[in-house]
Design a protein around this ligand. Structure first.
Ligand SMILES: [Zn+2]
Length: 230
């Protein structure tokens, strides 16, 4: 298993294009906002295409937000590895507890030193309100915000930029670019993301090997602190 990851790690380390390389992430979705399945699928398509343009393939896993929902992915019950991200889709009530400023549309959380940032939230009702005000298609906007928050987890602190999907504020021009489908990670960000995913894949293999051995690795509960808002 370990050998098949080496080309991806090598190309990322050399800064070469990793398109077509086997760089993969799992995103566990907790749908607290009860977004309808069809809308959620469209959101995942949009965010997935933005990540794919950066050279990373995302697998979306629907996890239970409220109990035993039908269609829950059985993988949700397994221990997380560094390639598993947790994305919560929040309604107003839950979003207001994290950020009172209604112009903030998502947040991501850092991790303790040596651990991997894995948890982020998007504020669905706020994005839906924004889309309604502008009469824009909601899934497109939500998908862009979702990709933005995943960008924070993979790029680390201070990852806002002046152009592309990581730029803020998310003003009218940004919204227009999102709707045109032209908001992407910059080439420099995409290279860093590929390198980070390769690093996480390598760490995930090590974790699985540790857990299959005599000494079980310690728990991977994340220490959460705000990484970035918006
Ligand atoms: Zn941000």
């Amino acid at each position: 298993m370990g050998i098949r990851f080496y080309p991806a790690i090598l190309t990322a380390a050399l800064g070469l294009t990793a398109f077509g390389a086997d760089l993969k992430l799992n995103v566990r979705i907790y749908n607290y906002a009860q977004v309808p399945p069809g809308t959620l699928a469209r959101v995942q398509d949009v965010a997935g295409s933005i990540l794919r343009a950066a050279g990373v393939e995302a697998t979306w896993r629907l996890c239970s937000a409220t109990g035993n929902e039908p269609g829950r992915d059985p993988e949700c019950g397994n221990a997380r590895t560094p390639t598993d991200l947790v994305l919560s889709i929040l309604p107003h009530k839950m979003a207001d507890r994290l950020a009172t400023d209604r112009s903030v549309y998502g947040t991501s959380f850092g991790a303790a030193e040596g651990d991997f940032a894995s948890s982020a939230s998007i504020f669905y009702d706020r994005i839906e309100d924004l889309a309604k005000r502008r009469r824009d298609p909601c899934p497109l906007l939500v998908g862009n915000f979702l990709a933005h928050e995943i960008g924070h987890l993979l790029l680390g602190p201070d990852s806002h930029s002046r152009t592309g999907i990581m730029s803020i504020p998310f003003d009218a021009m940004q919204v227009r670019r999102a709707l045109w489908g032209t908001l992407r990670f910059t080439p420099e960000e995409a290279a860093r993301i590929r390198s980070e995913v390769a690093r996480r894949m390598e760490a995930s293999v090590s974790q699985r090997e540790d857990e299959s051995g005599c000494h079980r690795s310690s728990s991977h509960a994340s220490v959460l602190f705000p990484l970035a808002e918006g």
